[in-house]
Design a protein around this ligand. Structure first.
Ligand code: NDP
Length: 300
């Protein structure tokens, strides 16, 4: 046994504010990143009750934290506590990363950039001139759908059980970016066979997430076209029912672990000013994938 002196009295801290946090793997992600970079930033879970968000933020300023992440259910609520919010985060209506600069708080959203980098690298294509189906219209959907519009997709079909939520996202895209978004109820989406004209299908719903591993947001009678690329933001299980079905039809499929890792890397870069090299990215992917596959087995 040796003294663990990675964290000392000189170390800076960061963390993740949310509730619940038990299933977050952000602490493992960021602390591994610090170790790979030989940096002493310490990242901790910060479970905060609803009425304490403002106090928690003040506390983090008081201890001169480098910054923090925000997750469910505070990605919107945090915005009123910040001094400056990036243009993209305003468009997405959510902040997941805050940098503390001497008591002045800057808000960013790295989820969309994380999604985009993961999609581009793992699917090997981009969104320009592609027709896309975005399944779901919750928190993850808004940043993803708006990002896809910014990336010049020819059309974005947003499908959601609660149509008013799909409509809110479509309004942002159609009014603030380009009139490229359409909305569908799951029934209409299926009746009009919209999925068959889509080059890319992105699931942002929680359908298929552990323990609901037998369910898919796409009717299982549908046969995917081999040319379609299917992305699922879910990373537990590593391969959802949707991804298994699409893969069975020969499609390129990608899970949400890359999005999770890249949003974390971007946040880390914002706090520290460091640039995470490709070799560190690769090592982090390898370590987290191994870790995650084992963590899932342990949980099940
Ligand atoms: P929200 O609760 O904001 O949204 C959930 C979405 O799923 C809504 O569109 C909801 O529809 C839909 N949905 C849930 N259950 C059903 C159902 N039974 N039938 C039909 N639709 C359903 O969650 P988030 O957007 O924050 O997260 C969604 C998923 O994305 C989660 O699995 C989460 O783990 C994952 N995620 C992954 C990230 C990553 O980095 N890879 C980052 C963020 C999220 P309705 O609006 O009608 O309720």
């Amino acid at each position: 046994m040796q003294i663990d002196d990675r964290i000392t009295g000189r170390s800076k801290i960061a963390g993740i504010i949310g509730n619940p946090l038990e299933h977050s793997i952000s602490p493992q992600l960021h602390n591994t990143l610090s170790r790979l970079l030989g940096n002493d930033l310490a990242y901790i879970p910060l479970r905060v009750e609803k009425n304490d968000l403002g106090n928690a933020v003040k506390g983090l300023i008081a201890v001169n934290a480098a910054g923090f992440n925000i997750t469910i259910p505070y990605k919107q609520d945090i915005m009123k506590h910040l001094d400056v919010i990036s243009e993209e985060a305003l468009l997405y209506g959510a902040v997941n990363t805050v940098k503390n600069n001497g008591g002045k708080l800057y808000g960013y959203n790295t989820d969309a950039d994380g999604f985009l980098r993961s999609f581009r690298e793992e699917a090997g294509i981009g969104f320009e001139n592609r027709e896309v189906a975005v399944l779901g219209a919750g928190g993850a959907a808004r940043a993803i759908a708006v990002k896809i519009a910014l990336e010049k997709a020819s059309r974005i079909n947003i499908v959601n059980r609660t149509l008013s939520k799909a409509s809110e996202i479509a309004e942002v895209i159609n009014n603030k970016i380009r009139p490229a978004a359409s909305i569908f109820s799951p029934e209409e989406f299926e009746k009009q066979n919209v999925i068959s004209r889509c080059d890319i299908i992105v699931n942002t719903t929680s359908i298929g997430m552990y323990p609901d591993v037998g369910s898919s947001p796409v009717n299982r009678a549908y046969t995917f076209l081999q040319s379609q690329v299917v992305y699922d933001v879910i990373y537990n299980p590593v391969k959802t029912r949707l991804l298994k079905d699409a893969e069975g039809s020969g499609c390129k499929v990608v899970n949400g672990l890359g999005m999770l890792i890249y949003q974390g890397i971007y946040a880390y870069e914002i706090w520290t000013g460091l640039k995470v090299s490709e070799s560190v990215v690769k090592e982090l992917f390898k370590l987290l994938l191994e870790y995650w596959e084992h963590a899932i087995i342990r949980e099940e």
